[in-house]
Write a protein that binds this ligand. Structure first.
Ligand code: HEC
Length: 164
């Protein structure tokens, strides 16, 4: 995780430096450390270079880890209602008539960006309760949905938008 955080700061031509050169140098360094550091002393105080580099390394690890965990906190969580709506969409076979990004039937309108075309929550609630009440003559079936299910499906529909 700390290393992944480091990679976030390194882009473009410098990328191989972070993905190949630094890790290679690090492990080569570890491999040859017994040959490089011939200091026989065991007392930490008598090994300032080893102590300083070790401490600096751990400091870097924990600082990057901290930043990474803070970033993780600010990632928006997936709304559970939307996940339930997606499941209901599959359960009720909506894809038999509707397409979302290419998958599904063509009887009803393409729903890939339905959240842009119909951004009103109220419209969807009424439509799911009884399609004909808002779309006269609609052949979309009146599904036996509970209020909770209607709300979840609506939540899912409203997420189907063009990326901004
Ligand atoms: C038998 C085919 C059929 C099935 C099954 C079906 N629909 Fe529809 N749907 C339609 C048709 C036709 C329309 C257009 C008329 C209307 O607005 O009701 C439509 C309209 C819609 C709209 C409005 C789209 C717009 O751009 O106006 C949404 C949202 C929608 N359906 C969602 C669903 C969901 C969710 C399911 C599953 C629970 C589902 N549909 C099942 C045929 C179907």
């Amino acid at each position: 995780m700390f290393y992944y955080q480091l990679l976030k700061y390194v882009h473009g031509p410098l990328e191989p430096l972070a993905t190949w050169v630094l890790p290679a140098l690090f492990f080569l360094g570890l491999l040859f450390w017994p040959f490089l550091d011939r200091n026989p002393a065991r007392q930490p105080a008598a090994r300032p270079v080893a102590l300083a580099s070790g401490t600096a390394f751990l400091l870097l690890v924990f600082v990057l880890l901290g930043v990474s965990l803070r970033d993780l906190q600010s990632v928006p969580r997936a709304d559970p209602a939307v996940a339930r709506g997606k499941t209901l969409y599959a359960q009720f076979g909506c894809a038999g008539c509707h397409r979302i990004h290419g998958g599904g039937g063509a009887v009803g309108p393409d729903l890939s960006y339905v959240g842009d075309r119909r951004p009103e929550r109220k419209w969807h609630l009424r439509h799911f309760r009884d399609p004909q009440s808002v779309s006269p003559g609609s052949i979309m079936p009146k599904f036996p949905l509970t209020d909770q299910q209607i709300s979840d499906l609506t939540g899912y529909m409203l997420t189907l938008r063009r990326p901004t």
